[in-house]
Unconditional design. Structure first.
Length: 310
């Protein structure tokens, strides 16, 4: 009799535990869904803060001890100050137009969340060129103060130039960055516009425009001999030209051929220009080889070699 009663008690306990387990699993599932939704809302709030150029909101959404990689980072970025230095560069260089989260996956491990997503970020530069940048990211979230905060991230443009085909999503990676490529009509137009903007910024003494277009590693070999120029020397020469009253009257590129290799484009060009200084005009023509690298959705001029005459 005692054995039967004991068996009945065990059976009742097993059924009760099963019901309790199912209820707990259902409860946890609902909580997990809520956490996932909250994390996705948090990611959206970061994108929206960039669109508004709301620096304070961007800072609030990231932990003080944030760690990760931002786009072309070659080192580990450590802390909120490193993160905000990268954010400031983006805010100064581009105006956000819109975004779309294309795919998301959130994995939860207690108070830790791993978020994988792909997205499209639409923006324009200060010259009015509009771009759509495809992004992929792995974000690390942790529960903090009753909510979730981003504690780390590895965000980067999707390979193959970071461009979108019309209605096709991202382009397939070529698999060989050294193989000759070809630019679409839109890409060629953007490259030539960015190239001309460099020349016009130099003759106008536009330090802001030159600062965006010329990277720290610039090597400038100008016509007429002399030592090779650096970024600092190029900026100084531009300022001197305008300080002495120089101005650009005409600029033409009658011929340009382009070779492209992944994110690098080499331009072989003929140029013609007319300048004026102290009422005297000078006509200059020659050939040039210019190297451009695509970074953060625009072309930067990393090197050139100019000569004068045909």
């Amino acid at each position: 009799m005692r054995m039967r009663a004991l068996g009945l008690i065990v059976a009742i306990a097993a059924v009760a535990c099963a019901h309790a387990g199912a209820a707990e699993e259902k409860s946890m599932g609902g909580k997990a869904d809520g956490d996932r939704a909250e994390i996705i809302r948090h990611i959206r709030s970061i994108f929206e803060a960039y669109l508004r150029k709301d620096r304070a909101a961007i800072r609030r959404t990231h932990a003080r001890d944030w760690v990760g990689f931002l786009g072309p980072s070659t080192k580990i970025e450590r802390g909120i100050d490193d993160y905000m230095a990268g954010a400031d560069r983006s805010l100064e260089s581009f105006d956000g137009l819109g975004y779309e989260l294309l795919d998301t996956e959130v994995q939860l491990y207690g108070d830790l969340g791993l978020v994988y997503y792909t997205a499209r970020y639409d923006f324009q530069d200060h010259d009015g060129h509009k771009e759509s940048l495809p992004l992929r990211s792995l974000d690390v979230y942790r529960r903090e103060g009753g909510g979730w905060i981003q504690a780390g991230s590895h965000i980067t443009p999707i390979p193959s130039g970071g461009r979108w085909g019309e209605g096709e999503g991202t382009q397939a990676p070529s698999g060989d960055a050294a193989a000759p490529g070809s630019l679409s009509g839109e890409e060629r137009t953007a490259l030539l516009a960015d190239r001309e903007a460099v020349w016009r910024a130099w003759f106008a003494g536009d330090m802001e425009g030159l600062g965006r277009a010329l990277p720290a590693e610039l090597i400038a070999v100008d016509a007429g001999g002399g030592p090779w120029g650096s970024r600092e020397e190029t900026l100084r020469a531009s300022a001197d030209f305008t300080a002495r009253g120089g101005k650009l009257v005409r600029l033409d590129f009658p011929q340009t051929e382009i070779q492209s290799y992944g994110e690098v484009a080499i331009l072989f060009t003929k140029y013609e220009l007319v300048t004026e200084q102290e009422g005297k005009r000078s006509e200059i023509s020659g050939r040039g080889t210019e190297v451009f690298v695509r970074r953060d959705g625009r072309w930067v001029n990393t090197a050139w070699h100019l000569d004068s005459g045909e």
